[in-house]
Ligand binder design. Structure first.
Ligand SMILES: Cc1cc2nc3c(=O)[nH]c(=O)nc-3n(C[C@H](O)[C@H](O)[C@H](O)COP(=O)(O)OP(=O)(O)OC[C@H]3O[C@@H](n4cnc5c(N)ncnc54)[C@H](O)[C@@H]3O)c2cc1C
Length: 463
């Protein structure tokens, strides 16, 4: 669709933001998302300067009957923040963060990224569980649940969402909190992209020490790795919830700390940190360091924000991506072995096979407090296929399929939609318990009966 084929209907003349159309110099940059597999051409990109501009954009798209897509960080691997022939509402112009430690919260505007949020909050000695890559948006991440390094201690990001300002499908600005429209707050906690444009998030913050003992333990992914990976699992299951970790298979990167002869070979890495006083950390992480003895021990004191940025090098914008987020009831020996075997088949330098441990606060927070589902999962398997050229696509997709099969014995059937590439009704149902899906569909019928907000893992309005 070209500019001339847009409906005659005009944007409100008071709209103060930026408009970008096909042919404008900025157009290709403005439409691009993180996942290079997604190539969509919106008819109009709108960058608002504030809430009134957001309401104008919503009213315009609705009345013109154009598809409307909201974007924060653009990281959705499913491509739900890209738009074909409609209106792309790009919130990247809304960057304010206001930290209020005495209230115990921080307010982030709709376009803030995790690196920006962490920068502002850690300056005040506080943090919220957030994205493990600094360029991920606070928006899509929080609205889809949000599982960060701090989650075993402080819950999902959406569990920390205490309030929000939302422009709804009818163009109204609504404030939600535990006392104002609490049902809508419940829905925003895990299914939030379905209910309006969130322009402000109020998130609970928690004290974070100036330095954390954190980093990576790296061993070759060879015949000895099986014993080490099982030992990591056992040690993690005994560890306090302050120990946050992921077991990862990847190719050793060409980094300063990697001997040249090891670069490009399959390795087993434990990314680990202790969320608490450094004087407790040495003892808590000692069992993990003992398992990795003889390998590379990159655990050291570092600021939380540096730990948050540690994996940025594995997330190049524009590479092709395909991820999954599979909940597991446990991690059996046979699954550990299959995980390592498939990990040894990785070809792309950016592809990673990850297992996160759930539990702690994520499991403790009552299931009915948020739309986010499947809190009882013990682990999450997270294959990240990330490759440079279309010629590699079949191999990489095949790898994700084998990775998924490797976990068959331990899967619960539930998935984490923020990592899921599929958006079919069946895909979306797998993200929620049936009761929660029904409650969400009823709320959708109240707040967005025309399904204006459908560029997401979509909840269809009931009836
Ligand atoms: C490199 C990388 C690292 C990641 N790390 C993690 C991780 O550690 N933990 C984790 O849980 N997930 C992680 N994810 C997944 C991430 O949570 C999702 O991709 C999430 O959707 C990203 O949010 P975003 O704002 O960048 O996405 P976007 O693509 O901008 O948005 C995602 C969805 O939310 C909607 N949306 C965005 N903002 C708003 C708003 N203000 N109002 C209404 N709807 C909105 C969009 O329309 C879209 O449907 C990662 C993804 C990538 C690519």
């Amino acid at each position: 669709m070209t500019e001339t084929s847009l409906p005659v209907l005009e944007l409100d003349p008071l709209f103060k933001g930026t408009t970008i159309r096909p042919g404008d110099p900025e157009y290709d940059t403005a439409r691009a998302v993180y996942n290079g597999s997604i190539d969509k051409q919106p008819a109009l990109v709108l960058r608002p300067t504030g809430v009134a501009d957001v309401a104008d954009a919503v009213n315009y798209a609705r009345d013109a009957r154009l598809p409307l897509t909201v974007r924060c960080g653009g990281h959705a691997v499913a491509g739900t923040s890209a738009n074909e022939a409609g209106v792309l509402l790009d919130l990247s112009s809304l960057k304010g963060t206001e930290v209020n430690p005495s209230r115990g919260t921080a307010i982030a505007q709709g376009g803030v990224l995790w690196g920006e949020y962490d920068r502002d909050t850690t300056l005040r000695g506080v943090a919220t569980p957030g994205g493990r890559v600094t360029t991920t948006g606070v928006g899509g991440f929080t609205l889809g649940g949000g599982y960060g390094w701090l989650s075993p201690k402080y819950g999902l990001t959406c569990d920390n969402l205490v309030g929000a300002d939302v422009v709804t499908a009818d163009g109204r600005l609504v404030h939600v909190s535990e006392t104002e429209h609490p049902d809508l707050l419940w829905a925003l906690r895990g299914a939030g992209a379905n209910f309006g444009v969130v322009v402000n998030y109020e998130l609970r913050v928690h004290p974070i020490p100036p330095l954390l003992l954190a980093g990576m333990l790296v061993l070759p992914n060879d015949e000895h790795a099986h014993e080490a990976a099982r030992a990591y699992r056992d040690a993690l299951e005994r560890a306090p919830e302050e120990v946050v970790a992921a077991i990862v298979t990847v190719l050793a990167p060409p980094a300063d700390f990697v001997p040249p002869e090891v670069v490009g070979s399959p390795v087993l890495a434990l990314v680990v940190a202790y969320v608490g006083p450094p004087e407790e950390a040495l003892e808590a992480l000692a069992p993990f360091r003992a398992i990795a003895e003889g390998g590379m021990d990159l655990v050291q004191p570092m600021p939380y924000a540096a730990f948050q940025a540690m994996l940025d090098g594995f997330a190049p914008k524009g590479w092709l991506n395909y991820h999954r987020g599979l909940h597991l009831q446990g991690l059996s020996d046979v699954t550990v072995d299959r995980f390592l075997e498939v990990g040894a088949e990785i070809h792309s330098p950016m592809t990673q096979g990850i297992v996160f441990r759930h539990g702690g606060a994520v499991a403790r927070i009552p299931e009915d407090s948020a739309a986010a589902s499947h809190r009882d999962a013990a682990y999450m398997a997270h294959p990240i296929a990330c490759w440079a050229t279309p010629e590699e696509t079949d191999d990489e997709m095949g790898w994700v399929s084998r990775f998924t099969d490797a976990f068959a014995a331990d899967r619960t059937g539930g998935v984490y939609l923020n990592f899921e590439p599929g958006t079919s009704p069946a895909d979306v149902h797998a993200g929620f318990s049936p009761e929660k899906y029904a409650r969400l569909a009823a709320l959708k019928a109240t707040w967005d009966p025309g399904n204006l907000f459908r560029s997401n893992h979509n909840i269809e309005p009931a009836g």
